[in-house]
Design a protein around this ligand. Sequence first.
Ligand code: NAD
Length: 369
Amino acid sequence: MIKVKKRKFLLLPGDGIGPEVIGEVKKIITWFNVNKSLDFDMEEALVGGASYDKHGTPITDEVFYKSLECEAVILGAVGGPKYDNLDFSKRPERALLKLRKELKLFANLRPAICFKQLVEASTLKPEIVSGLDIMIVRELTGGIYFGEPRGIKPIDKGERKGINTHTYTSSEIKRVARVAFDLAKKRNNKVTSCEKSNVMEAGQLWKEEVQNLHDKEFKDVELNHMLADNCAMQLLRNPKQFDVIVTDNLFGDMLSDEASMLTGSLGLLPSASLGAKNKDGEMRAMYEPVHGSAPDIAGKGIANPIATILSFAMALRYSLDLDKEADDLEKAVQNVLDDGLRTKDIMSKGTKEISTSGMGDAIIAYLQK
Ligand code: NAD
């Protein structure tokens, strides 16, 4: 296994607004180095359409190997209309799939935080979402999206059959549940595990293994089991009942999208994808905003960099164990929003519009205070 270089970030800006939002993270890394002597090292490389344009592939082997020797990959976004008709193997998104698969990033963390300053942007009533802070942990490399057999095959009389297989092993379930329990200990100490154990054997195994792990290693964390369809309903009815939700790949895909809508704005949502820790405690990880490359606003200097900056804060917290610096950065974002400074996508009456770089500068100004 390639040795991880401590405190080294690989920045992969990608396409569209990717370079603009990653540009603000670069400023923040530089600020930490100059003002807090943190000795962060950063390297930048092409990925997605930008890599295809130069090298004919969405990610070169060289860039992939660079990703193996960094403590964290920070990605902007990939894709755009220019690449929509490429063969599937050359599409910008292949780079993300390759990184997730080859780095074995099995746990996808998506916080859904509703900033009190932006509560009006949610489609739900303010009292339901104000102060919301949920973490959804989705299993990312197993389940029905990967299970075999799969495919579409002809059957009798012109009929066809579509097949996907939902499988999980005990160890796949336990390793993602462990991530959820560890996270809960740093938060409000509560895990809700979601499956469909009433109708699926794989769901029954999921429930049993999560409970077993809890009873063996995490007795001090509160654990509830919930059917995934009930969870979908509870997220709309009373989302603040949740702290950490852990679930499989399929249900996690849906529940995390649903939870993200509670918060109202795509430009604010970070994510992390984590691998397993090796015996030296090293972990592969990739951090990226939930949004895409937003070609409609690329190059205009109006993209919201907060989702990417908060993704970087997650990297500080989960890859580098720098909780204080992560807290400071998240607090700086809150302060800027308190001041009524907004990028175009989150403007409302009485607030002041600033550019992408204006937002980065305002956040740095609060770090400085
Ligand atoms: P998108 O997230 O790029 O954009 C959706 C809408 O939200 C657009 O109106 C856009 O202007 C706005 N938006 C998104 N991020 C914003 C930000 N930071 N600040 C302000 N406004 C923002 O989704 P899409 O339009 O469906 O996809 C565009 C391209 O991005 C496609 O090629 C798609 O495949 C790709 N994509 C990539 C990723 C990724 O890299 N992880 C994720 C989703 C989509």
